[in-house]
Design a protein around this ligand. Structure first.
Ligand code: OAD
Length: 251
């Protein structure tokens, strides 16, 4: 393990272009439930009842109840050492792109700036009629929240199962993977596409790909480095004590 950490750290220190993909595991240590696994959200709830356009058309109140519950929970959580260390790495590496599947906004709170939110953001709402998008950080949006300009029903500004990702964001993510020299995939089960295949876009572009997760995933066998452990412990170790010129001014 020690050797693998050092090897990855060295690759990061040499790299000009690094891309990171994060998933729910990165926010787990903040106290935000992941989706899969023993305590995962999709163990207790049916994704198809809550996170699809069909579910929203059928029962928008139920879907909003789920999202209000998550807004309330996420609003009380803070970023953890994994988020902070990723923000620090962004300050150390010339071209650093953070692609996240998380909708909790914690990377931004931690200080990351070049973020591509593949699955949207839970603090964003979108009108189903006039399509206006607004940010609203109130923990509870009401049972059936309405658009301030046209009165249409609002929906959460996240990507649901069966919906396409914003093509602009996806294209930027693909480009960041194609062009990077090192890619780290952290805290994702790597089962949801197209996010799961981004690591292999990076690999086929010649990048070294590394995975950090509590356990092996369907992608592990094709990774160059696999670090099994908590993101909140592993990422700070990668970002600590660079002691070279790049370190100056970063804090
Ligand atoms: P998952 O819940 O599928 O996977 C979380 C991963 O994080 C698992 O592989 C865990 O082993 C790992 N993990 C948990 N705690 C960790 C820790 N402290 N350190 C490191 N790893 C840890 O979450 P995602 O892969 O993000 O989509 O799920 C992908 C998408 O499926 C989500 O964005 C969401 C969901 O349905 C939508 O809502 C569209």
């Amino acid at each position: 393990m020690e050797m693998a950490i050092n090897e990855l750290k060295e690759a990061l220190q040499k790299a000009e272009r690094v891309t990171v993909l994060t998933g729910a595991g990165v926010s787990a240590e903040s106290g935000i439930p992941t989706f899969r696994g023993a305590d995962g959200l999709w163990k207790n709830y049916q994704a198809t009842d809550l996170a699809t356009p069909e579910a929203f058309a059928r029962d928008p109140e139920l879907v909003w109840e789920f999202y209000n519950w998550r807004r309330d929970l996420i609003g009380q959580k803070a970023c953890n050492p994994a988020h902070t260390a990723l923000a620090r790495l962004e300050g150390l590496i010339p071209h650093f792109t953070l692609i996240t599947q998380n909708v909790d906004g914690l990377h931004l709170l931690a200080g990351s700036r070049h973020i591509l939110e593949l699955h949207g953001n839970i603090w964003r709402v979108q009108c189903t009629q006039c399509h206006a998008v607004t940010m609203d950080r109130s923990p509870h949006m009401g049972n059936l929240p309405r658009c301030r300009s046209c009165g249409g029903l609002l929906r959460p500004g996240v990507v649901w199962f069966g919906e396409s990702l914003d093509p602009d964001i996806l294209n930027q993510a693909i480009a960041a993977c194609r062009n990077c020299q090192v890619m780290m995939v952290i805290g994702t089960s790597s089962v949801v596409q197209p996010a799961a295949s981004l690591a292999f876009t990076a690999k086929s572009g010649g990048a070294r790909v590394a995975e950090i997760n509590l356990e092996r995933t369907p992608s592990s066998d094709r990774m160059d480095v696999v670090l099994l452990g908590k993101a909140g412990e592993m990422v700070p170790r990668l970002a600590a004590g660079w002691g070279n010129s790049r370190d100056q001014g970063a804090g």
